[in-house]
Structure formats: C-alpha cells, structure tokens
Write a protein that binds this ligand. Structure first.
Ligand SMILES: [Zn+2]
Ligand SMILES: [Zn+2]
Length: 365
C-alpha cells in the first residue's frame, strides 16, 4: 500500500525551460523560449514571447495575440483532441480568464492534467471551470491557505455598486484599480450601468474589445475623452494600478479609489495600497475551491505549483494523497497587480510572486 515514488516514466517533469511533457516533447507555459509551447492562458507569466509554435484554447488565441504580437499560434476548441508524438492533448475550461484552459495529456493509459490558473466559481466573462478526471493533477496554489475563502461574487458586485452609487451622489468619481486582463472585465460584468458612465483606461479598453469580439457581454464603456465634464463626478473609472498617480488619473479630480484583488482579504495589503476601499475579488480558487477541484479530479497524485506549495502539499499528504511540489517560474498575477504601482505588496503575496520587497515588519504581525 505504499505510494509509488516518482519514476522516470512521469509524463510531465520540470526542466530549466519550463514544465515539459516528456513523450510529447512539448512544454506547458514555458518561461524560456522553446520549440513547442502549450499555453494555458494569456497572463504574462504563463504566456511569454519567443516560442516557435503556440497551441492554446480557441477562445484564447486573440488574447494571446493581442499580448504577444505576431506569433505562430494554433487554437484548439475545448474538449477537442490532438495527438502529438503519441500523447493525446486536449484543453478544458479553467474558469480563470477568457480562453484559460487546463491541459489534459494522455499517454499509454496514463492521464495527467496541468491546471494553469483556475477558479471554480463561474462568471459570465469566461467558460466555467470543468473538472477533468486524471491520475495526476498539477494544481496552482496561489491562495492555498485555509484563511482564503471568498464570498459569493454577486455580494462583491453589490458592494462595488453601492460604493459607486454613494460616490456618485456626492459628485465624486470612483476609480477602481485592477488588472487590465481578466479582473477588469469581470468587474465590468457586475456593474450597474444605470449609476453613471463607465470610463476605461486604454489598456483595459483594448482587452474589452477582445472580450466583446469573442461574444462576451460587457456594459457600454467609454474613453475619458468621450465623457462630458459634468458627468465625470458620476463615473466609474476602471484602470490598471500602474495608472495610479499618473496625469491621466488626475483628470478625475477629487475621486474615491479602490482596489480589487484576492489579496485585499489581508488588512495589511489593503492599508499598504493607500486606497479608500479594498474589494476581495479573485480569479483564482480559494482554499475550499482548491479542495473541490482536486477532489473532483479523482487524482491519487497531486503536484503543486506557484503559491503556498508546502502548506498544500502537507495537507494533501495528510489526506492520503501522494503530493509534491514543482518549482516553477510562474508569478502571481494578483500579486503582480498589487506590485505594479511600485507599492509594496503584502509579504505573503510578494513571497508568492518570488520578488523581494520592503515589508512593514512587526507592525503587521
Ligand atoms: Zn493567471
Ligand atoms: Zn499563474
């Protein structure tokens, strides 16, 4: 009844270029240039430039292109199968952002699934997460600590709309800082456009167009130059964190600002942002979500990537699973968005992103 050790017949291993499917001779979200890359989604740490050939979910092709420019890329419909060097590859919805996919690999009766990033709660901006049965599941663990438990997203949307409404009544614009790909569109999908105009930063508007072209409904949005001056005080402004303190943002005068991220659950992160409000909204699974997804795969072996690897590995071992970690160079899109404005992210988030930063020391304990 002892668990088998990891063997040379492992379907996926880590190489210096990235996660490598050995018999298939391709990489999954490689961090160094390779010949063949299967891309789970278009966030910067997963979809990098310089590969010779890209394969991604059909709905993700335009997003990857919009971020990487002219590349040789092929799209695969969710569930469609291709065989590459004897490995049957298919992509399945990860529910993370538009076009996000889990990679299923089958070889000589063995099934492995690499999750990329995923979220189990469905939202209207991307295809909902689909559990895939497998023998070995490679899971992310961005929020792999039991303290992370999200409230239903509708409650967060209601809180955001309440905040916007009360600012609008006082004639102040509401500036929402969030990641321009994924988070921004998800927030847009929950806004009540009757409250006032919705102004998007150019970086956000570019991605909105990709979503709309793909048939995702988003409320009407405008660029700042298209809004009458007297309407600015009722506006919701969606901007990336990098716009904070810029001349662009100063046009909104005496505004109220907010930040949306899973890390906002940590009080320290909220305070450090120096914004009026923090909304806890993540495109990653919370702790119960990770448990739900892992259980649904039926996998006996779980390999944990970026996030809280030791905690999740220990927990899974206690549940009787064979668990270990993979050392990857995936970052953390949520920590990246917090760090983007040059403000120190929460130490936990920053550690997850693998980047050095100042901390506030004992005051935060
Ligand atoms: Zn991501
Ligand atoms: Zn990731």
């Amino acid at each position: 009844m002892s668990t088998p050790p990891s063997t040379p017949s492992d379907l996926v291993v880590v190489r210096k270029e990235g996660l490598y499917c050995v018999p298939g001779q391709f990489y999954i979200d490689p961090w160094r240039p390779v010949e063949r890359a299967v891309i789970t989604h278009a966030h910067g740490d997963h979809a990098r430039g310089g590969h010779q050939h890209y394969l991604t979910a059909e709905t993700g092709v335009n997003v990857v292109k919009s971020r990487l420019g002219p590349i040789h890329i092929e799209g695969l419909a969710y569930g469609e199968r291709v065989v590459h060097n004897g490995v049957t590859i298919s992509l399945h919805p990860a529910g993370h952002v538009l076009g996000s996919a889990q990679v299923r690999m089958e070889y000589q009766g063995q099934v492995w699934v690499a999750s990329g990033d995923y979220k189990v709660e469905a939202d209207s901006t991307c295809t909902p997460f689909e559990p895939v049965r497998c023998d070995t599941f490679i899971t992310e663990s961005t929020f792999g600590l039991p303290i992370y438990q999200w409230q239903p997203q509708q409650e967060v949307y209601d809180d955001i709309n309440d905040w916007w409404r009360s600012n609008a009544e006082q004639g102040r614009a509401s500036v929402m800082q969030c990641y321009s790909f994924g988070k921004a569109q998800r927030i847009l999908s929950g806004l009540d456009p009757d409250i006032g105009p919705i102004i998007c930063h150019g970086a956000v508007q570019t991605l909105n167009q990709v979503y709309r072209d793909d048939g995702v409904w988003l409320p009407p949005t405008v660029m700042v130059g298209e809004v009458d001056k007297q309407d600015i005080g009722r506006a919701m402004v969606i901007a990336p964190p990098s716009a904070a303190g810029s001349p662009w943002i100063k046009r909104f005068g005496d505004f109220s600002d907010a930040f949306a991220s899973g890390w906002m659950q940590l009080r320290g992160a909220r305070r450090r942002r120096g914004v009026d409000r923090g909304f806890v909204l993540s495109d990653h699974a919370d702790w119960p979500g990770l448990m739900q997804a892992i259980t649904a795969t039926g996998a006996e072996r779980v390999i944990v990537t970026h996030g809280s690897i030791p905690v999740l590995v220990r927990w899974l071992q206690q549940q009787g699973l064979q668990a270990s970690g993979f050392d990857t160079e995936y970052g953390d899109d949520e920590a990246d968005e917090v760090a983007a404005a040059g403000v120190a992210a929460d130490p936990v988030a920053t550690a997850a992103a693998g980047r050095a930063t100042e901390t506030e020391g004992a005051a935060d304990a």
